[in-house]
Design a protein. Sequence first.
Length: 461
Amino acid sequence: MKERSTGNTVLVVEGGGRGAALVDKYAQSNHVGKVIAVPGNDLMKLNTDKPVQIYPQLKTTSVKEIVYLCKQKDVDLVDVAEDRAVEAGLVDALIRKGISVVGPTRGAGRIEWDKAFARKLGFHLQLPQPGFDIYTRDELNFALTRMDLESNKPRFIKAAFLAGGKGAKAAKDRGEAKEKIIEVTKMKAGKVFLIEDWLEGDAGSQGEEFSLFVISDGEHYRVLGNAQDYKRENNFDEGENTGSMGCSSPTLLATPGLMKESKEIIGKVLAELKERGMPYEGVLYFGGMAINKIKGSDNFGYIYEQKPYVIEFNARWGDPEAQAILPGLKGDLFELGKAVSSGDISKVKIGHDKRVRVAVTGASKGYPREEEYRWAKGRQIFGLEEIKKMDGVKLYSGAIKEINGKYYAWGGRLFYIVAEGKDIVEARRMAYRAMSKISVEGNNLHYRKDIGWRDVERLNK
């Protein structure tokens, strides 16, 4: 069988740091001789000596062209790691052509690209999730009028469809909620929108977000890892929401009890999708919130236990959670991918090296506001070569352009520093030591300096 040889070709459908981490992991397999990335980026070759070919002229939604490329290049496995590709039905097209693929079909992937569908699925399964109402753009005036009659409490307004990470808007009161509703309905993704309750725990306690990643063959699933993301643009969780400014993995928030109940939620969802005739095959991202619930009291006050609530499901790896989890996975990603595509992952060995990793996003100054960070485009990046010399540190590229051996900022999230350690303190120290070696011409590098702070506090308690 060819997949037992060293000459297999893998195609990764992704263009950012998540794709760079997948390219790195697939290239580590003894079965893989070459990796292709669509669209890819200029530095995906950074972490391997194996051939890496990119196709920047293609989009992740270029379905016909990707299928043709797979046939032309004799591709043995495709990893569809991007949400719009799932929505476009790329996996369905590849399956119809008999090409091995990791990723959910358009129907199963609806759990991400249609938030209204996901909430209704959760309601049907009686999953713990926020209260919600669903409206169409034609019902805008009705939604605004109804908001005047609602209590003056914080809410989230969400576009139902894919919005490039910009479709969820926090509103602290009724007036701001009305503003966000109008803002969301102006988006293409907001032709259907949701008004969701703001989750908080008993006695007004604040919840904490976490993510859990599993891989499924449609019948069974295996846990890949967990992480805690830091979405706000600035230290102390201030500023706008971003794609992500970094994460830590595994997180100390992920207690055995919280993980047990989270896996029960995932199991119910996978079983329901299979029952509906759209078995989920690929990586599933459970975005949860740990909510404090009172289970008793003592002389010092309330005793809490944490319960997972569903924030969202995504039909692929997170970014940068993939960058923090994949390096620590023990096992062959190519073998795992082939097992998913053949429908049985039960015999594939998956483990973790038990190291803690911190991923820090290096972004253009002004990110996430495109009208600001576009001024950094074309500025030279210095110090990237120094990172390869550091043990326990990896650099995964995002929006970087290589021209004549020099590197230039070419978008919002430029790169990711991923460092490992025996605990969160050591991993953070290594990550920021590496980050200190990098600069962008004109002082145009922005990054948070507190990634992982929550786990540092937990460790010190």
